[in-house]
Design a protein around this ligand. Structure first.
Ligand code: ATP
Length: 138
């Protein structure tokens, strides 16, 4: 089994899609191992997106991710990392995400693209430790 860190971003929370997104995760056969609605501090946002610090959209991305509560979850199951990224679809909801995916069905903008999911086992370990320190230590 495998664990991944997913975020339901502020756009999805404010549009009322928490249930829709958690439902898609459960329908895929993945399970929720931890779940929290959370306001994101600047510190947490910059650590989470540290790899994008030099990108031109970094400031805007931090502003967006701290603009309202997010739902953070640890999602568990066979091939959870790749499985959730398949459910999410590509980063650009119009050019890259296919219909049938979360982004392809529900979003239009590359920044406001509804969800995040860890992209590798290394990222998942780092992000679970960052968002759920108690769980990572257990
Ligand atoms: P995530 O890491 O959130 O799952 P991802 O792996 O699909 O998304 P990344 O390239 O890691 O995409 O970018 C992280 C996030 O930064 C994207 O999900 C999106 O919200 C935002 N982003 C990426 N590229 C752009 C861009 N060109 N303009 C604005 N925002 C962007």
């Amino acid at each position: 089994t495998e664990r991944t860190l997913i975020l339901i971003k502020p756009d999805a929370v404010s549009r009322g899609y928490i249930g829709e997104i958690l439902g898609r995760i459960e329908r895929k056969g993945l399970s929720i191992a931890a779940l929290e609605l959370k306001n994101v501090s600047d510190e947490l946002a910059s650590s989470h997106y540290a790899e994008h610090a030099e990108r031109p959209f970094f400031g805007s991305l931090l502003e967006f991710i701290t603009s309202g509560p997010v739902v953070a979850a640890v999602v568990e199951g066979p091939r959870a990392i790749a499985g959730f990224r398949q459910l999410a679809g590509g980063t650009d909801p119009v050019e890259k995400a296919a219909p049938g995916t979360i982004r392809g069905d529900l979003a239009l903008e590359t920044q406001e693209n509804m969800v995040h999911g860890s992209d590798s086992a290394e990222s998942a370990a780092r992000e679970i430790a960052l968002w759920f320190p108690a769980l990572a230590a257990a």
